[in-house]
Design a protein around this ligand. Structure first.
Ligand code: HEC
Ligand code: HEC
Ligand code: HEC
Ligand code: HEC
Ligand code: HEC
Ligand code: HEC
Ligand code: HEC
Length: 568
């Protein structure tokens, strides 16, 4: 069994460095010069009915949606369980058409009150082929449900990443990248981190246009009676290999770390473009000597002899028909035929005895399913296509001598490598990465002095080393380039607060909460700031709000018992 890593979720998320930009798409009248716009999958159905229908049944077409709208049988009869580490009892139940997550916690020495509450789970994320996550909103901001459904076990349990929580956690933001992989035509509110329109996305699927590009011009072309023309649409197989692979990589390339290129937002990526123009993706070198933690299918396939020896001829589409899934009975033969498009059955050198038993099941022996490494009870197919297996994943020990290298045709700038190490240093609390990040980012800053992301991470470095004056200067500079950098504002607020400059700190913290209302430590700081400035009624309002978001927020509860807040 491979070692697990705390921060691995159902999927590894793309770098959170991507800056939010308006993604709302407006349908406009077609004119020659304007780029095509998105029309939605339903518009393709009349002419491509067969594909539309078969695609609708795949997990990608059901990767998210409104709870209760898709036939899916969550086992609600066993919707109750106790998470002993946090002492929380959860119950999932249905009322009319709505699903609710109810939580309760008995009094304990650390919390003398019984806590309870509920959230309405409005949308799901994940088709449920293996698992399904849920999201709910507070004041228009979206958060992840701490409880997920696991289809194979038919059980509700803590969501990946929540198992080790010693208290109830209800304020993890639903970041835009989550929805951009599982849904289409996402409707973010500009300038916020996790606020979306009333309907957060217009399609609960990987829509046709995510692989084929916006379809308005194609439809206008084919319906043009004078000169019908169907060309204005992307067919992945007609693209050059890097552009073709970019389409699947947009969502399936997890990388150890992915860093957005300066000034680029992945959310504007369109099929036909090069993903490497948008992100630099990194993996560890030497790859083979580290435990296989990354579940990205790309990285694994690229490690295989099949891929290394056949190059561009082999891609995701060699084995997968994106519009349909083979049935359970056809599955073995379906994939065997894919292998046989390059291999002969006699290529296999397995001993005759084992081959006669199940010799047709090529993938059964060469692409075994692993238990996922996320503690999330799902399983994944080993895309490194190993020669010899015992039906278990190939795991090797982690070596400490490893460096990040650009993966998949990418060249990395100093800036990107620096940001990649900075991100890992934060995740793994690793001093060596921190130093490496600092050296690289210093260099990047000397080359280009106005990169907000770089300035923020340098500031953070000085902050942690105790050089607060330098940190403040850098945070200031970062914010002046990009006011959306929540962490820069929050951290600067702390340093200002330490210097008694509460009004400035309060302004920064209020601003951070406007972008993401779930930041618990920020709310606590804000309440303390108001207390210091003698604004008791604001302090009380902020603390009550904090408890509304999470009743298990003990520090907020304690602060609320401050006698000065009693009369307000
Ligand atoms: C009014 C009918 C019509 C609609 C609506 C329509 N298409 Fe097409 N499409 C066609 C025709 C006709 C062709 C060319 C013949 C064929 O391949 O079937 C075509 C071809 C294609 C091709 C192949 C192009 C190639 O170069 O190989 C793709 C991909 C495609 N359509 C995708 C879509 C998508 C995605 C949508 C929805 C956004 C859509 N179509 C909507 C009629 C339509
Ligand atoms: C917009 C993001 C996105 C793009 C683009 C994308 N995928 Fe996916 N894919 C997903 C997500 C999300 C899932 C998981 C769906 C679920 O179960 O919730 C998935 C699941 C899958 C699966 C497993 C389930 C199934 O439907 O068979 C395969 C295979 C797959 N994708 C292949 C591909 C290939 C091949 C391409 C490129 C041609 C591609 N994907 C492009 C997001 C994407
Ligand atoms: C970079 C794209 C990406 C992001 C971001 C992402 N996912 Fe996924 N997710 C996938 C893909 C692809 C799969 C299919 C399996 C795989 O490759 O890991 C998947 C699988 C899942 C599954 C299992 C679905 C099933 O039953 O097969 C769940 C649940 C899930 N994701 C939830 C989430 C949630 C919740 C978030 C955000 C908080 C999120 N994902 C963010 C791409 C993504
Ligand atoms: C995950 C990526 C993906 C999604 C989503 C997707 N397609 Fe495709 N589509 C492809 C790929 C790859 C090909 C090329 C297949 C081949 O020729 O091997 C293709 C080919 C096509 C073609 C032309 C070839 C053919 O088979 O007739 C049409 C038309 C088409 N797609 C329509 C659609 C429609 C309509 C939808 C939505 C209902 C859709 N596609 C969703 C990836 C996708
Ligand atoms: C050599 C054949 C082959 C190639 C190439 C291939 N896959 Fe797969 N893939 C499989 C098989 C076999 C399965 C297991 C299917 C099943 O269990 O029904 C699978 C399953 C998956 C799944 C479902 C989750 C899982 O791991 O079981 C996803 C997602 C996926 N592949 C994505 C991709 C992507 C993305 C690429 C391109 C980077 C790719 N695959 C290339 C053979 C392949
Ligand atoms: C696009 C062509 C292609 C496809 C499809 C393909 N392979 Fe391969 N595979 C190769 C090539 C080329 C080699 C290297 C042969 C050599 O070097 O002698 C290889 C090597 C291998 C090896 C040896 C691995 C090692 O580490 O020595 C195995 C096992 C293998 N393939 C199994 C499979 C299976 C199983 C499938 C189907 C799921 C498959 N391949 C699909 C091209 C392919
Ligand atoms: C019962 C398990 C099993 C099945 C089924 C199986 N293989 Fe293998 N295969 C093996 C083992 C084990 C080896 C390694 C033999 C060795 O090196 O001693 C191997 C070796 C290989 C090699 C590398 C041969 C070489 O020496 O370069 C290829 C290619 C291959 N298999 C392809 C396939 C294909 C294609 C299928 C389906 C038609 C298949 N295998 C079915 C277990 C299996």
């Amino acid at each position: 069994m491979c070692e697990s890593r705390r921060d691995v979720r159902f999927c590894l998320f793309l770098a959170a460095f991507v800056i939010l930009r308006s993604g709302t798409l407006v349908l406009s009248a077609e004119n020659e010069g304007a780029p095509a716009s998105y029309v939605g999958s339903a518009a393709c159905a009349p002419c491509h009915a067969g594909i539309y229908e078969s695609y609708s049944a795949t997990p990608m077409a059901q990767a998210s949606g409104k709870v209760g709208t898709v036939a899916f049988d969550e086992n609600l009869a066993q919707g109750e369980f106790l998470h002993s580490l946090s002492g929380t009892r959860f119950r999932i139940f249905k009322d009319q058409d709505d699903y609710y997550l109810e939580f309760s916690k008995e009094p304990s020495p650390s919390s003398l009150q019984k806590l309870q509450g509920r959230r309405r789970l409005d949308y799901f994320v994940g088709s449920g082929a293996a698992a399904r996550g849920y999201i709910f909103s507070m004041d228009g901001y979206w958060f992840q449900s701490p409880v997920s459904y696991y289809s194979l076990r038919r059980k509700w349990d803590m969501a990946p990443g929540y198992e080790q929580d010693s208290r109830l956690d209800l304020t993890r933001a639903v970041e835009r990248n989550c929805l951009e992989c599982h849904a289409s035509r996402v409707q973010p509110i500009w300038g916020t981190h996790n606020r979306y329109a009333e309907v957060p996305f217009l399609e609960g699927s990987v829509s046709c246009e995510r692989c084929h590009g916006p379809g308005s011009k194609h439809i206008a072309g084919v319906t043009n009676e004078a000169t019908p023309d169907s060309r204005d649409i992307v067919n992945p197989v007609r693209l050059d290999p890097l552009r073709r692979d970019s389409i699947c990589a947009r969502c399936h390339l997890m990388g150890e770390v992915n860093i957005a290129r300066a000034g680029r937002s992945l959310y504007t990526f369109r099929p036909g473009e090069l993903l490497t123009d948008y992100i630099a993706s990194f993996t560890w070198s030497p790859a083979e000597t580290k435990a296989i933690k990354v579940i990205g299918h790309f990285e694994k396939l690229w490690q295989s002899r099949c891929k290394k020896s056949s190059g561009d001829r082999l891609w995701c589409g060699t084995c997968h028909d994106p519009h349909s899934l083979p049935t359970t009975t056809a599955r073995m033969e379906f994939f065997r035929q894919k292998c046989l498009s390059c291999h002969q059955g006699s290529d296999c050198k397995a001993s005759l005895l084992s081959r006669t038993r199940r010799s047709n099941d090529c993938v059964g022996c060469h692409m075994p399913k692993n238990r996922a490494l996320d503690g999330g009870h799902t399983s994944f197919t080993d895309h490194s296509i190993p020669r010899k297996t015992d039906g278990k994943p190939r795991c090797k020990t982690v070596t400490t001598e490893r460096t990040l290298v650009p993966f998949w045709g990418g060249v990395a700038q100093v800036r990107e490598l620096g940001l990649a190490y900075a991100k890992l240093a934060g995740q793994e609390q690793n001093g060596a990465y921190e130093t490496r990040a600092f050296e690289l980012l210093k260099k990047a800053e000397s080359e280009k002095a106005d990169d907000a992301e770089v300035l923020f991470h340098l500031g953070d470095y000085y902050d942690r080393k105790g050089d607060e004056e330098e940190a403040m200067i850098l945070y200031h500079r970062a914010l002046s380039k990009d006011p959306h950098l929540i962490a820069a504002g929050v951290n600067l607020g702390v340093l200002l607060g330490k210097r008694g400059r509460y009004p400035e700190a309060i302004r920064l913290w209020e601003e951070a909460l406007r972008r993401n209302s779930g930041l618990e430590p920020v709310r606590l700081n804000l309440a303390k700031g108001y207390l210091r400035t003698g604004d008791f009624s604001s302090a009380k309002r902020v603390l009550l709000k904090a408890l509304e978001y999470n009743p298990d927020f003990q520090s907020a509860r304690e602060l609320l018992s401050d006698p000065r807040l009693k009369s307000n």
